[in-house]
Write a protein that binds this ligand. Sequence first.
Ligand SMILES: C[S@@+](CC[C@H](N)C(=O)[O-])C[C@H]1O[C@@H](n2cnc3c(N)ncnc32)[C@H](O)[C@@H]1O
Length: 193
Amino acid sequence: MDWEKRFQDNSTPWERDGLHPAAQDWVTAGVLSAGRRVLIPGCGRSREVVHFARLGMQVTGFDLSYTAIHWQAGALDQAGLHAELVEGDGLAWTPAAPLDLIYEQTFLCAIPPGLRETYEACAHRWLKPGGRFLALFMQKDERGGPPYGCSLEAMHELFPADRWIWPEDEAFTPYPHPNLNGKPELGGILTRR
Ligand SMILES: C[S@@+](CC[C@H](N)C(=O)[O-])C[C@H]1O[C@@H](n2cnc3c(N)ncnc32)[C@H](O)[C@@H]1O
């Protein structure tokens, strides 16, 4: 997938017009709140970077795409806000201090499945103990869109129970995607042990 070209061509069907409803729910629940250090991996042009910065959070967004990072810088500038923006391979990045939160919105389904274990190891290393991984696991079987589905079965293998506390009762909320034939992302919070 040539992500930079997708942004240059505006061929970005995974984008939502506004804030993801899960982000809104996690703000309402007080999970996303002022002062917390949050990473948005593969932030693209998602609105959450500006929104979380406006909440008073310490936001980092990384992305491979120059165009996406440049867009985020412009949006922050326009809003008079600040966030750390990193252009490049996020899996080679290290935070300056442990994170409270990772807001995972269609990054895991964008990286090749062969890199998933590396991402899990990074997420575990980046978060402080008790830190939270706000998951939106894209449910799809076929390739395309954000390319790779994240079935809950595969996610249980990737985020094992001896490293992550899963939500009680497997309580995940489906958020149908408006531009991807209503394919749902399953929203739920894993806690790093
Ligand atoms: C499906 S898009 C999602 C973008 C954004 N999270 C959203 O919901 O609008 C996946 C994003 O991950 C970025 N990406 C893919 N692999 C990456 C990597 N190894 N390091 C950093 N960013 C990456 C792409 O450039 C793209 O912006």
